[in-house]
Design a protein around this ligand. Sequence first.
Ligand code: 6GU
Length: 305
Amino acid sequence: MVADMDELPKTGESEKLLATGMMDGPHGLIASAVHFDIFTLFPQMFSGPLSESILKRAQERELCAVALHDIRAYTTDRHHVCDDTPYGGGGGMIMKPEPIVRAVETVLARPAGWSLPAADAYTNLPPWDADSATAKGDIPIILLTPQGRPLSQTVVAELSRYPRLALICGRYEGVDERVRTQLVTDEISIGDYVLSGGELAAMVIVDAVTRLIPGALGFELGAEQDSHSPGLGGLLEGPQYTRPHTFRGEPTPDVLLSGHHGNVARWRHEQALLRTLHRRPDLLMHLPLSAKDRAFLHQHGWLAE
Ligand code: 6GU
């Protein structure tokens, strides 16, 4: 079920959900529950992704919560206008600053779990004044935009350490610059291509951050073993097999059936090195490779160093 704010845990439970944002883990401080406040003109875009699989279960277990805030509900004019033509001319429409800033400041001035009652949209907004601007505190206010810093697993891990994150979904044509100068504390892009808006990027962040929260994946060592994660030393994962042993004449490598855990671990590590060499040699340069790894890579045609 989508955690529309009406459906989120009520007072007391959301305190528990928020906890402290950090927990003691075997390797130091690790992420705990995260509350996302998402500001968008299209809240219904989120229902599918949030109501399936890992994200659905993480919300049920209160490992994460997602509050969707419709920016349009924070307009006060008769036609609920959220965009306007650019000063100086040119194509496209620009998102107006007032509805966004009002929405974010209103929500972040209140405890995680609050959202504007549907009946109060447009007509009965809470008072909004200069005090709201100071109440935001240390909650990152992130604008999703192709101009932002590139998302990486390092950035995802950084975000996962905050108990509460605000994500503003810009439409591609742009947002008024005053949203950046007066409100936003961070800007993130999910890659060098163009999306129609920040909504899909916000979902990517919710997914990537949530799966780092212990318990969200429901199996041991889950996220640590992933490609791009510390468990594999930043290497891509190598090939994996399951039944049947032979599929259309192509057998599973013998080493995986040998029962020799040392050999299996070494083979997997070498396969991860080879896969990274062949597909993403750019990643190898930034990795802490052992002398043995380097020798192995050179044997297989690595030209660096
Ligand atoms: Cl965050 N927004 C948009 N509109 N396009 C993108 C993006 C974000 N990241 C990559 N392309």
